[in-house]
Design a protein around this ligand. Structure first.
Ligand SMILES: [Ca+2]
Ligand SMILES: [Ca+2]
Ligand SMILES: [Ca+2]
Ligand SMILES: [Ca+2]
Length: 534
């Protein structure tokens, strides 16, 4: 076998020239390897590294790499075949050229991908990422829904529709541009009910209170809710909504004076029949109604996620229909993660409690867009309404991530991934309780459950055979592999090609010695060494 004649020369020549950023593997089957880091004594790095390389035969030395720091220090890494009873580390330490040697340990990531949006007012949105410095109230770092990590998983989908059943939405605000749901079955402003749904020119939603096609917000509540869920994000201006892509269906059921159940009921049927995926219902009543229960049950039966506020009486009084089975009933928390016992606007207010509560979410000092002024960013609301909006935003992100999941599966995900025991021990008991439900929602945890697992290029997924070969060999590798590079022992590239679906590829090389075959996927790479014999 001619290759053996090149043993020492190849190994030493390549010490300073072949640079691997990859996991180094080779095709001899189940051979265990070990890795070391060596710091050489100063001076003559090249000859010292060659001396270290010469300590091992080509069969022992799988890979080596040298790097010189800007201060002139030379480090070497060596991958050696593990041999029973042989202390390679001891041998390295004993070498006169070595200052010190140690095992090359594996590191783990300490940071996780986070996305911080560019919106100028984002710093006011403590619920997304709480730095513990809220100016006007007690706050706690980390008392938030982990939104920046959640955005790294999901930013929403334009096919998802969230119905804002509320006081209307300031639909012409630039931070809602492109985000207001459109009824494309209706020709706008022709005075005709083109889609035959009984409403004339209901192109951008409907005002069920005033019976017209302009559901403009006269109160501010609905605009705040809509901006929590879906203000255009990462556009440098205004606030960042939780869902960056969903459509907001603007259904106004309250004017300056009233909100009749009948308007609300009609809006629920309209939302369901026009494709809403999520109903945000940041409102409630004291009295039960069969008609309203029927409407909620209709939505639930059509796989719609229904999110309802628990109410703001600081009591166990039921705010209807938060107690209807199957809805997500939402209570509110403060910036210190405790239940909102009092909201800033009334000493007798606070987040309701009771056995029907599903989860809690941030509900105090919730900044949002103003219904009056496109450049006023100093408006905030507090209440279980705002908490409800956070849950609806999470529901819409989950719907984007899981288009085939049932509404009850999404409800379960929101509940089962909530952070338990964030509040006072007296109220927030282990597991579900009447004050925090299943806990404060955590958008990241909820989206993480079904997040795609990043593809990892592993040694066992790749084969290069036969090895040794006579210059013609075959390769099998996962379809994710993007590029294959073949280099000679000197690291000189012999061939490189796109690796789309070329399993079983036959390769011929005119080389004596060995070649290095590198399989790459994004920033990952696996290199196989294949011995070529004549
Ligand atoms: Ca119509
Ligand atoms: Ca029309
Ligand atoms: Ca914005
Ligand atoms: Ca609890």
């Amino acid at each position: 076998m001619k290759a053996t004649q090149h043993t020492q020369t190849n190994a030493t020549k390549t010490l300073l020239t072949v640079v691997f950023s990859a996991i180094i593997l080779f095709g001899f089957g189940q051979i265990e390897t070990e890795r070391f880091i060596v710091r050489l004594k100063n001076g003559n790095g090249e000859s010292k590294s060659m001396a270290i390389g010469n300590m091992f035969s080509e069969k022992q030395l799988i890979d080596t790499r040298c790097f010189k720091t800007s201060e002139g220090t030379t480090f070497m890494t060596l991958t050696l075949v593990k041999e029973n009873g042989i202390d390679h580390l001891g041998q390295l330490k004993a070498n006169e050229n070595v200052l010190y040697a140690e095992k090359d340990e594996l590191a783990v990531l300490c940071g996780e991908e986070q996305i911080r949006p560019t919106d100028a007012q984002y710093y006011k949105q403590w619920a997304m990422q709480n730095n513990g410095n809220i100016p006007f109230t007690a706050s706690k770092k980390g008392a938030d829904i982990d939104m920046e990590k959640a955005w790294a998983i999901e930013q929403g989908d334009s096919s998802v529709i969230v119905a804002i059943i509320d006081t209307g939405v300031k639909w012409d605000h630039p931070d809602f541009a492109g985000r207001i749901w459109v009824n494309y079955e209706e020709v706008p402003n022709n005075g005709l009910d083109d889609d035959g749904n009984g409403l004339i020119d209901d192109f951008n939603g409907w005002d069920f209170a005033d019976k017209d096609n302009n559901p403009m917000d006269e109160n501010g509540h609905g605009t705040n809710i809509a901006s929590v869920i879906g203000a255009n994000a990462n556009n440098t201006a205004g606030f960042a909504g939780m869902d960056w892509n969903c459509k907001l269906m603007n259904l106004k059921v309250m004017n300056q004076t009233n909100a009749y159940y009948s308007w609300w009921i009609e809006a629920i049927y309209y939302a369901v029949d026009h494709g809403a995926d999520v109903l945000n219902m940041s409102l409630g009543g004291e009295t039960e109604s069969q008609a309203l229960t029927d409407a909620v049950n209709y939505a639930l039966s059509k796989n719609v996620i229904v999110v309802v506020a628990m109410g703001n009486n600081a009591s166990n009084k039921v705010s209807y229909p938060s107690n209807v089975s199957g809805v997500i009933a939402v209570g509110a928390t403060d910036p210190d993660d405790t239940r909102s016992e009092v909201f800033n606007w009334s000493a007798t207010s606070g987040s309701n409690f009771g056995s029907h509560i599903s989860v809690v979410a941030p509900g105090s000092y919730i900044y949002g867009l103003s219904h009056k002024d496109n450049s006023d960013y100093n408006t905030y609301f507090s209440g279980t309404s705002q908490a409800t909006a956070y849950v609806s935003g999470l529901a819409s992100l989950l719907r984007a991530q899981l288009p085939d999941a049932s509404n009850m599966e999404i409800k379960d995900l929101i509940e089962s991934t909530a952070d338990d025991q964030i509040g006072t021990a007296a109220e927030d008991k282990v597991g579900k309780d009447d004050y925090y439900g299943n806990g404060r929602i955590n958008a990241y945890n909820a989206l993480l459950v079904n997040a795609p697992i990043p593809f990892e290029l592993k040694e066992g997924d790749i084969s290069v055979y036969p090895n040794p070969s006579t210059g013609t060999f075959f390769m099998n590798y996962p379809e994710e592999v993007e590029k294959v590079t073949i280099a000679n022992a000197m690291g000189v590239k012999l061939r490189e090609f796109e690796a789309n679906d070329q399993n079983g590829t036959q390769i011929s090389v005119d080389v004596n010695g060995y070649v290095l075959v590198t399989f790459s996927y994004q920033d990952q790479a696996v290199t196989k060494k294949i011995i070529i014999i004549e």
